[in-house]
Design a protein around this ligand. Structure first.
Ligand SMILES: Cc1cc2nc3c(=O)[nH]c(=O)nc-3n(C[C@H](O)[C@H](O)[C@H](O)COP(=O)(O)O)c2cc1C
Length: 196
């Protein structure tokens, strides 16, 4: 099924040799039965913890649940149907949030979304290092999840993340199998860069 990063269908076609962890990461829909432990999740949060942030505000927050728990079902119920169909096999669901205002003066923090993205990226790469794959989701019901998590006006949801070990794509509905087997597409470097 899954070979080395080089031979796998999801391996990126590179113009430059980037770090193996960056090459290895992709967003699967099929996760295996293998469970994750609380400690494994804590290690991923440690990676997030050391991200850079404007004024060292560390605006990120995470709410998490392992598969088989009531919390997992609660987060899962907040996903849109197109994500629910595959995310139920994840070993963990993690909601990433950010504080909208700076704690020191309660003024809006324009970099909060940037910084939670930085923390998420670190979390994702640490997970990849442990053969744990991650799939970010914007497809969630914001109002429902706000209520489920009993969020105050200061916290906003950035994304929900499904995590787990790679599973068999044959366990997915057919439509999703095709997506799981498709090659990854990207803009070329010159399409998003400009020398000044
Ligand atoms: C913020 C964010 C939201 C996303 N939302 C969804 C989603 O709701 N459902 C889904 O199947 N994939 C979602 N994705 C996954 C992207 O479609 C995926 O990252 C992109 O196609 C690139 O593929 P790769 O991650 O395998 O490189 C999301 C990714 C990000 C970063």
């Amino acid at each position: 099924m899954i070979g080395t990063a080089e031979q796998h269908i999801k391996a990126p076609s590179l113009d430059f040799d980037i770090h193996p962890l960056l090459q290895k990461r992709w967003s699967p829909l099929a996760f295996s039965e293998e469970r994750m432990s609380e400690e494994q999740l804590q290690e991923l949060f440690e990676a997030a913890r050391w991200a850079a942030s404007a004024n060292n505000e560390q605006p990120w927050q995470y709410v998490y649940a392992l598969r088989g728990t009531d919390g997992f079902n609660q987060i899962w119920e907040g996903l849109l149907p197109g994500n629910q169909i595959w995310a139920n096999s994840a070993a963990a669901l993690v909601v990433s949030l950010y504080r909208k205002n700076f704690q020191r003066n309660d003024q809006p923090n324009p970099w909060a979304m940037h910084d939670v993205g930085m923390a998420n990226a670190q979390l994702v790469l640490q997970a990849t290092h442990r053969d744990i794959y991650t799939h970010m989701m914007a497809g969630f019901d914001r109002n429902k999840l706000h209520q489920t998590l009993a969020l105050d006006g200061q916290a906003e949801i950035m994304a929900v993340m499904a995590l787990g070990y790679l599973g068999e794509d044959t366990d997915l509905p057919e439509k999703y199998q095709a997506r799981e087997r498709s090659k990854r597409q990207r803009l070329s470097i010159h399409e998003f860069t400009k020398a000044l």
